[in-house]
Design a protein around this ligand. Structure first.
Ligand SMILES: Cc1cc2nc3c(=O)[nH]c(=O)nc-3n(C[C@H](O)[C@H](O)[C@H](O)COP(=O)(O)OP(=O)(O)OC[C@H]3O[C@@H](n4cnc5c(N)ncnc54)[C@H](O)[C@@H]3O)c2cc1C
Length: 442
């Protein structure tokens, strides 16, 4: 059986190791962080994430979906908070059972690593930082940070599951004709907390993703099982009102008082959180190909980091694992072909998701407050009911089905053209009829 070395045991690394372990491959998984069981969780990254159908399907393939979902909180829709504190609830789907699920990054990460460790042929090495990759061997150079010893990991293939700033991808960037681009949003993000009420309960509706849309920026909050909410402020790095210009406690307090007055009383540690929590950046990475012959492949954010506004980065990374596993099973004797198939099945979908995610930022921060947007959502749900199986809103296709992202985007575009086209034709006909009636009545 081939021997795989995986670099990075974030959300997708543990899952990929579990898939490979299940097929009987020899797997060594190297992670620069300490063992999350020792309480060392992903600092500076989102504490909770929205897990939806694609991610759940991947977990089901490994038989760990039920166990993971026990820690999840279903969110049925968006709870919009306007500046006066008024609330408006917009369900995600006409079927109230279709939810996205708030799940802790740490719990999920631990579950996938444990799933991998159930296979005796999978070994996980924490405190191992990859410093470089020799693509042709293929071999990874690692530093064991607990002993300061250098280690070389050789095998048949390396899989880079080492996130948006992948060291494995960096080695591939030196290859002739390797495509690479990265682009940052002008916005950064900062995490803040709404703690539980004194009796341990949630201080806002728990089965919703809360949004405070403020046109050019927004804050969101997802519930945690302990009764708290993790809030994320997405705000411009620079500009007259921005992270750059809002530094002192008084400035932060004034900004939150003006923009999120209903949230401030729920955030007793606001000033401390704002001061101490890092401001993260939001990057989109596109590259290709995602493999080097039969020796190296990229999975998850290492291949396609997207901004978080569709809540799909991790779901897409999990879907990568499913597809790569399928390709390796389909072409067991030709790994180069399996890698190439994996790339060709995923690339256009990753690109489509990158566009959808940027577009959804504008929708969440700006359009969710408009009555035209709410009317469109109601029309979406109405049409879905009247035309079951024929009309599916884009959000539902992305979050509640496994229709490939690119196909979902194309289908939504076609649907919009037909619906808006029909609306324009009907309005024109009604207007023409009204004119005829008016003229003939004179
Ligand atoms: C604010 C925010 C909110 C998000 N919300 C959602 C959401 O709601 N839903 C969703 O689906 N997605 C969400 N995402 C996206 C999601 O976090 C990523 O898509 C997901 O983490 C990708 O998983 P990954 O395993 O590819 O990368 P990561 O989770 O980044 O894992 C990479 C791992 O590699 C390790 N590593 C890196 N370099 C090295 C090295 N040199 N040597 C050894 N190890 C290394 C890292 O320590 C890490 O453990 C969000 C992202 C952000 C920033």
């Amino acid at each position: 059986m081939p021997r795989f070395n995986l670099i990075g045991s974030g959300l997708a690394g543990g899952m990929m190791a579990a898939f490979l372990g299940r097929r009987g491959h020899e797997v060594d998984l190297y992670e620069r962080r300490a063992d999350p069981h020792a309480g060392n969780l992903v600092g500076g990254r989102s504490i909770n994430l929205a897990l939806s159908t694609r991610g759940i399907h991947a977990l089901q393939q490994l038989g760990i979906a039920d166990e993971v979902m026990r820690h999840a909180i279903p969110m049925r829709g968006r709870m919009i908070h306007d500046k006066s504190g008024d609330l408006h609830f917009a369900p995600y789907d006409r079927d109230p059972n279709k939810c996205i699920n708030s799940i802790g990054r740490g719990a999920l990460n631990t579950a996938t690593i444990e799933a991998a460790q159930r296979y005796p042929n999978v070994r996980v090495h924490f405190n191992h930082r990859c410093t470089g990759v020799d693509l042709d061997s293929p071999a990874a150079q690692l530093l064991d940070t607990s002993t300061s010893q250098s280690v070389q990991a050789s095998g048949d293939a390396i899989i880079g599951v080492d996130g948006a700033f992948s060291v494995v991808r960096r080695a591939m960037q030196r290859l002739d004709r390797f495509e690479y681009s990265q682009s940052y949003l002008a916005h950064g993000y900062k995490e803040l907390t709404i703690p539980p009420a004194a009796d341990g309960s949630w201080r806002m509706e728990k089965r919703a993703l809360h949004i405070w849309p403020r046109q050019s920026f927004m804050m969101i909050a997802l519930p945690n099982p302990d009764g708290s909410f993790t809030c994320t402020l997405f705000w411009e790095f620079a500009g007259p009102r921005s992270f750059e210009t809002t530094k002192t406690d008084a400035e932060v307090h004034r900004f939150f008082g003006e923009e999120f007055p209903d949230a401030v009383p729920l955030m007793p540690a606001l000033l401390e959180d704002f001061r101490e929590n890092p401001t993260g950046s939001l990057v989109t990475v596109r590259c290709g190909p995602w493999h080097y012959v039969d020796k190296v492949a990229l999975v998850g954010d290492a291949a396609h980091a997207v901004v978080p506004f569709y809540g799909q980065g991790m779901n897409a990374a999990f879907e990568d694992c499913v597809v790569l596993d399928e390709c390796l099973a389909e072409f067991p004797n030709d790994r180069a072909h399996a890698f190439a198939q994996y790339f060709s099945r995923r690339k256009e979908n990753a690109d489509a998701l990158a566009d959808l995610a940027v577009h959804n930022f504008v929708e969440m921060r700006d359009k969710t407050t408009s009555s035209a947007f709410r009317a469109k959502k109601m029309l979406d749900h109405l049409l879905e009911g009247v035309l079951p199986g024929i009309y599916l809103p884009l959000y539902s296709m992305v979050s509640f089905t496994r229709i490939p992202y690119a196909e979902a985007a194309r289908r939504a575009h076609r649907q919009d053209r037909i619906i808006y086209g029909s609306l324009i034709v009907s309005m024109t006909l009604i207007l023409a009829l009204a004119i005829v009636v008016f003229l003939s009545a004179r």
